[in-house]
Write a protein that binds this ligand. Structure first.
Ligand SMILES: NC(=O)C1=CN([C@@H]2O[C@H](COP(=O)(O)OP(=O)(O)OC[C@H]3O[C@@H](n4cnc5c(N)ncnc54)[C@H](OP(=O)(O)O)[C@@H]3O)[C@@H](O)[C@H]2O)C=CC1
Ligand SMILES: CC(=O)[C@H](N)C(=O)O
Length: 206
């Protein structure tokens, strides 16, 4: 992920590290010798991940972060630099989705997906850029989806957010490659994650 052959000793921020793909990424990076800043809103879940990392001899910190809040993202980057060192890798993973047809008019859920998947991802990338430009290296890994390549009924807004991730990543890559910064966009298909059971109380969300 970062430049060079080895990840050992690098510093990474992983957003959405409290569960699912972000948790698995945090564990895998730590296993490869990366010092990891685990970020999400559920601090108790982050602490469980950090415990697993330290039991396996890895290094991590937990920073309670809501990626929709720019001031919290700034604290996340500051704590990472202060406690672990300059940021080499950002895994911009925090994201959420709801299956609901547009005709159901779930405005609040549209907004939540836009705030996290678009604004959160953008602000996290922006927050590490200065440091990466100064050090002349870095890797921003943005989590898109198969929904970033084609539409799926029931996922109009989510699909729109992931098309944004694709466009944003392509453009950012063109802007920052001259500084030695890489930008990668990942499109997982369906990945089973423990927290994504059908628990939404509103029957219009399936
Ligand atoms: N699972 C799948 O099939 C696929 C998933 N993806 C993408 O992968 C990424 C991870 O999803 P996945 O692991 O599946 O799902 P999970 O629900 O397991 O993980 C989502 C993560 O995002 C975090 N998150 C949500 N809102 C916020 C917020 N406001 N601030 C900070 N963190 C937040 C959650 O942490 P917390 O609630 O503690 O804040 C959680 O750690 C998403 O971007 C998703 O779109 C892409 C393709 C397929
Ligand atoms: C919600 C989906 O089915 C999609 N593959 C995704 O998780 O991005």
């Amino acid at each position: 992920m970062a430049s060079g052959n080895s990840l050992a000793g690098k510093v990474a921020i992983v957003t959405g590290a409290s569960s699912g793909i972000g948790k698995a990424t945090g564990l895998a990076l730590a296993k490869a010798g990366v010092k990891v800043a685990l970020a999400a809103r559920r601090i108790d879940k982050l602490q469980e991940v950090a415990k697993q990392i330290s039991e396996n001899g890895g290094v991590s910190i937990c920073v309670e972060t809501d990626v929709t809040k720019r001031d919290q993202i700034k604290v996340l980057v500051h704590e990472t630099i202060t406690q672990l060192g300059p940021v080499d890798i950002l895994v911009n993973n925090a994201g959420l989705w709801y299956y609901s047809l547009m005709q159901n008019q779930m405005e609040d859920l549209w907004e939540e997906q836009i705030d996290v998947n678009i604004k959160g991802l953008t602000n996290c990338a922006a927050a590490v850029l200065d440091g990466m430009i100064k050090q002349g290296s870095g890797h921003v890994v943005n989590m898109s989806s198969d929904s970033g390549k084609k539409g799926f009924p029931g996922l109009a807004v989510y699909t729109g957010t992931k098309f944004y991730v694709e466009g944003f990543s392509q453009t950012l890559r063109q802007e920052v490659c001259k500084f030695g910064i890489r930008v990668t966009c990942i499109q997982p298909g369906d990945v089973t994650v423990e927290d994504r059971e059908k628990t939404h109380p509103d029957p219009r969300v399936c």
